[in-house]
Design a protein around this ligand. Structure first.
Ligand code: LLP
Length: 420
């Protein structure tokens, strides 16, 4: 569910007209609905009601400070994967005691920062990383709370590039070798074993891989307990898929939670869950303007002012994003088939091929739906296109939550060597 709908033929975010925002902010820009963010977080809270759970929003999906602040105000924690994300989460008001730190390549500086701040948990992805954390915490007389991320060797996820739980992926520690690492960790003075962690991929659109992974985690926990290692938390990662309007339904938060109640809850642990996309995905759209309606011998193209540098998911993963005009289609108007493309000088700068759309002309506004997750987060300045603004809507109010940088600001970070 989301709060983007037509009113009097114009697409609104909650009570704010996207046309009105576009005329002030200029295009392209991302627009988020605050109410949708809150509703999605509450849906998680309700689905897990009665369980001892920490919902640690996965900041990578959308790291905007205002987005994190909204979720923090609903009680969310944060899953972070860098010192930058950790500092953002803290700056947005997430208490350190609700922050988990994941990722295969934490630096010594990042570990020290997280220890100083007193985060809830480090998710450890290898033996060498465990040794490093033990050394850094030990040298400060501290004990770092840890979970080991186990790799369950399960294929899952919406795309080859976002599957993380197969044996050959770089993530985690093979589930068959987890036991020996825990035994080693149990003897370390600088770490304190708290739990087990897993994350198998993203945009997972059926529950079967989750079931298989959770069952493996449950087995590992039982083995560890037999070895006398106490496990009080299980971090089940993120990955719950959403529907992009491509005609495929995603599992519901409630069904996902039911699976966790069935397999994880009986272990009597605190549950950490790290949703990203399921919270922010539907809460954002990318608003863009048609520059040209271009036809050649073979095809008709809609050339937009948004490009792959602003929303790379279609180019990178072949992802589907629904596209719609901001001025609602006139009933009965027959659609045309177009390729929707951006202005970037790459053949991969294509948002959709052969999409049936109502006729749109130069100057018309359109939106890519479901662009709140991994949209702005993955944007770049390729072709020297500045990062685009982000706007948040609350009811009829809206505010810019990321400014469009000026050309001067962009080049100010590029000092010329004194010999030039
Ligand atoms: N926890 C960990 C350890 C992760 O690596 C991720 C995502 C999440 C949680 C959140 O997963 P989510 O609930 O959002 O599926 N750029 C890709 C997705 C990459 C996901 C990376 N890890 C995309 O645009 O589809």
């Amino acid at each position: 569910m989301h709060r983007f709908a037509y009113r009097n033929g114009v697409l609104h975010a909650e009570d704010a007209s996207l046309e009105a925002i576009a005329s002030e902010v200029g295009t392209p820009f991302y627009c988020y609905s605050e109410a949708t963010l809150r509703e999605h977080l509450r849906a998680f809270e309700e689905a897990f009601a009665g369980l001892d759970v920490l919902i640690a929003y996965s900041v990578k999906a959308n790291p905007n400070l205002a987005v994190i602040r909204v979720l923090a105000s609903e009680g969310a924690g944060a899953d972070v994967v860098s010192g930058g994300e950790l500092r953002r989460a803290l700056a947005a008001g997430v208490p350190a005691q609700k922050i988990v730190f994941s990722g295969v390549g934490k630096t010594r500086e990042e570990m020290a920062l997280a220890l100083e701040e007193g985060i809830y948990q480090f998710n450890i992805e290898s033996g060498p990383e465990l040794d490093t954390l033990n050394e850094i915490a030990g040298s400060r007389g501290a004990r770092a709370p840890i979970a080991v991320r186990i790799n369950p060797d399960i294929a899952a996820g919406g795309h080859e590039k976002i599957s993380t739980g197969r044996a050959a992926d770089k993530f985690g520690v093979a589930w068959t070798r987890a036991r020996e690492l825990y035994v080693r960790a149990a003897r370390m003075a600088g770490v304190e074993i708290k739990g087990v962690d897993i994350h198998i991929g993203s945009q997972i659109s059926d529950l079967a891989p989750f079931r298989a992974a959770f069952e493996k985690v449950a087995d590992v926990v039982k083995d560890l307990r037999t070895d006398g290692i106490s496990i009080e938390r299980i971090d089940i990662g993120g990955g719950l898929g959403i529907s992009y309007g491509e005609g495929r339904d995603a599992p519901l938060t409630d069904d996902y939670a039911a699976l966790i109640r069935e397999i994880i809850a009986p272990l009597g642990v605190k549950i950490v869950v790290e949703p990203g996309r399921a919270i922010v995905g539907e809460a954002g759209v990318l608003v863009t303007r048609v520059l040209y309606d271009k036809e050649n011998e073979w095809r008709r193209f809609l050339v937009l002012d948004a490009g792959m540098n602003d929303l790379i998911r279609p180019a990178l993963y072949g992802s589907f994003h629904a596209f719609a005009p901001v001025r609602g289609p006139i009933d009965g108007a027959s659609p045309v088939v177009v390729d929707i493309v951006g202005p970037v000088c790459e053949s991969s700068d294509v948002f959709a091929k052969e999409r049936a759309l109502p006729v749109m002309r130069a100057g018309d506004l359109g939106v890519f739906m479901t662009a709140g997750a991994y949209g702005a987060a993955l944007a770049s300045q390729y072709n020297s296109r500045p990062l685009i603004p982000e706007v948040m809507v609350r009811g009829g109010r809206w505010a810019i939550i990321r400014k469009r940088p000026t050309f001067e600001q962009t080049i100010a970070a590029e000092p010329l060597p004194d010999w030039l």
